[in-house]
Design a protein around this ligand. Sequence first.
Ligand code: AMP
Ligand code: GLY
Length: 423
Amino acid sequence: MNILILGSGGREHTLAWKLSQSKALTSLFVAPGNAGTAKIAKNRPIGVNDFDNIKKLVFAESIDMVVVGPEDPLVNGVHDFFLNDAQLQHVAVIGPQKAAATLEGSKEFAKEFMMRHGIPTAAYQSFTSNNLGEGYAFLESLQPPYVLKADGLAAGKGVLILNDIEEAKAELKKMLVDGKFGSASATVVIEEFLSGIELSVFVLTDGTGYKVLPTAKDYKRIGEGDTGLNTGGMGAISPVPFADTGFMNKVHERIVKPTVEGLKKDNLPYKGFIFIGLIKVGDDPKVIEYNVRMGDPETEVVIPRIKNDLVTLLKATADGTLDETELKVDNRTAATVMLVSGGYPGSYEKGKQLTGSESITDSLVFHAGTILKDNQVVTNGGRVMAITSFGDNFKEALEISYANAEKVHFDRMNYRKDIGFDL
Ligand code: AMP
Ligand code: GLY
């Protein structure tokens, strides 16, 4: 089987690493990829939204399956692009069609989906510039903090949590009237604030059958103690210690099952990963958001714990035979630490020479923002490299990752030293 992965982050390097272990794999391509994927697959300099050049590559290399890493091409309809082209229809695409990808592409759509199918989530109302006054009145009916969400994709920046009512009203106006997040904030969802601890549950579905993959918890803030700006994710742990059997039974019955059944009832074809962002309120799970892909850096801890052959698992997803497959999971804990560029998530420099990662033997090294330049690895993004280790618990796993982080060098390298601090 010839497989193409779309994307260039740590998630895609991890998927490439896992797929490349399969006997069922013939050739593996990554577009555009990074310095890590270059070592185990063939990188091609094609953007994830460049559907015409993706099509050319699929023909040229007789690709049988496309695994879509990020949300953007899914929300832009890459799966539909394949289905609507007679010459591409035979290629399996892992990732939902555009209609189902709206679960991530529109917060309002996701909230309506949850309401329709009785899936627990925060109470909400949505507003446009036509009913700004009603938006102010709704804010006044709530207790602080106020949660404002741009409806559309806003590169992870579209959620504001504010303590002051006047500030909340001003921000609502900026989003709706002044286009703070462009067209993404033409509609704003205002939500009840939920207080609890967050975790993520990942599901692989073929549209009918599904497998609940290992849980993970990521650390989104740049600063220790969960302070400072939001990032794409600074580290992750799997499994999540507090997600015990009782809690996971609730997640399964109240959230995962109605989600997969709801997709089917609503005629939203879905073959791929569902990432459910959850918050544990008291002892009960509630959905914060859906993403229509794997998480990053959650992939770097979830995928290494899966013992199954990933080509076989994804083939079953494409063929609609997931129910016949048994998922096997490594009982150990995996933890990852993300090494980032100094200044990230604000402005930072790229092109810094990276050394030392080759000497790491007892962790998995997943490249994120790296590129090969004159055969040297140099930095090419804010999040540069994830170091994943196994242990009997997350502390043991982290100890190994932190020891190995010390071996990696690039100018102004930064990482959080307190992953798992809240567990
Ligand atoms: P989202 O992009 O929807 O995941 O929101 C980003 C972050 O905002 C989440 O990871 C939560 O930490 C926080 N958040 C979102 N919605 C709520 C809510 N209703 N109550 C409390 N925190 C929230
Ligand atoms: N780590 C969060 C995400 O992938 O959206």
